[in-house]
Design a binder for this molecule. Structure first.
Ligand code: ATP
Ligand code: MG
Length: 268
């Protein structure tokens, strides 16, 4: 059992220690009971979470609900790492905010400001994701990580819809949102990170502004052209049509584009 507290320089906001939001990362030992694991986590949490808007008791309660209700019941299945995970048996009071190829993200009634991201069994990357949040600090276009467990993260919930869902529902993706994402990616680079895997399900639209919802691969070394490719399609195909008339794109169309793009990338 190891416990780490990432306290210093976790949040960039203003650079003041008062604004720093520490994250608690516990690598849970296999032999310990849930109760013992929670007790230890909460003790640390009490020490480090006094700056959180939720307060310690709100976070304690959520942790309890995650371990007692969610983790014990939900089944997250990742059959193919190139397709979204499948989620079964969602407990009452919880709902799915979204699924990615590695993880599912949930929200609990009464704790709507949080998003709980649970990695599917065997899917790597949780430590890297928590580390990226630590390096990013606080920025309006990104979420924040409040707590990192062995297989789940408690994140700030971002409102809005993904670009993918916006296209599906016929909501206009504004030029401002594209610029916001560009700015946020520049900011990530300025923090020594390498933006990666920025596709239509990893960026969101809220009140016409752009947000980045998934930063899990920002520690990877290789270049990723996904966002640049998305922008080419946006300016060449999407904007000329959608700026005049926006209409919903059926899911099969979006899925065909997604899979076609994946094949195109493999050959290029
Ligand atoms: N902080 C958040 N607030 C609100 N919704 C979120 C949040 N984080 C994730 N989501 C939703 O959950 C979905 C899946 O999350 P995420 O992209 O982080 O999973 P992933 O498995 O890492 O994805 P990928 O397949 O891109 O690696 C997102 O597309 C989004 O709809
Ligand atoms: Mg994702």
């Amino acid at each position: 059992m190891r416990l780490f507290i990432w306290g210093d320089r976790f949040i960039a906001g203003g650079g003041e220690p008062d604004n720093w939001c520490p994250v608690l990362f516990d690598v849970l030992g296999s032999g310990l009971t849930l109760a013992v694991r929670r007790r230890i986590a909460y003790t640390k949490l009490n020490r480090v979470h006094n700056n959180l808007s939720c307060g310690v008791s709100g976070m304690e309660k959520l942790l309890e609900q995650i371990t007692d209700e969610l983790l014990g019941q939900v089944i997250i299945e990742s059959v193919n790492p190139l397709e979204p995970v499948k989620v079964h048996s969602i407990p009452k009071s919880w709902r799915v905010l979204g699924t990615g190829n590695y993880a599912a993200v949930f929200c609990r009634q009464g704790a709507e400001q949080y998003a709980v991201k649970i990695y599917a069994p065997g899917r790597p990357g949780i430590e890297e994701e928590a580390e990226v949040y630590r390096r990013l600090g606080r920025h309006p276009a990104y979420s924040e990580c409040y707590y990192a467990g062995a297989d789940f993260l408690i994140l700030k919930r971002l409102g809005g819809v993904t670009f993918y869902d916006a296209m599906k529902r016929g909501i206009l993706i504004t030029g401002q949102a594209i610029e916001d994402v560009d700015d946020a990616l520049r900011y990530a680079r300025s923090r020594g990170l390498r933006p990666h895997d920025i596709h239509a399900k990893n960026v969101m639209l809220r009140d016409g502004r752009g947000l980045i919802v998934d930063i899990s691969d920002f520690l990877k070394d290789d270049d990723c052209s996904m966002w640049e490719d998305f922008k080419k399609l946006y300016y060449r195909l999407y904007w000329p049509v959608a700026s005049r008339r926006v209409f919903p794109l059926p899911r099969p169309v979006l899925e065909t584009v997604r899979r076609g793009y994946r094949l195109w990338r493999r050959w290029n």
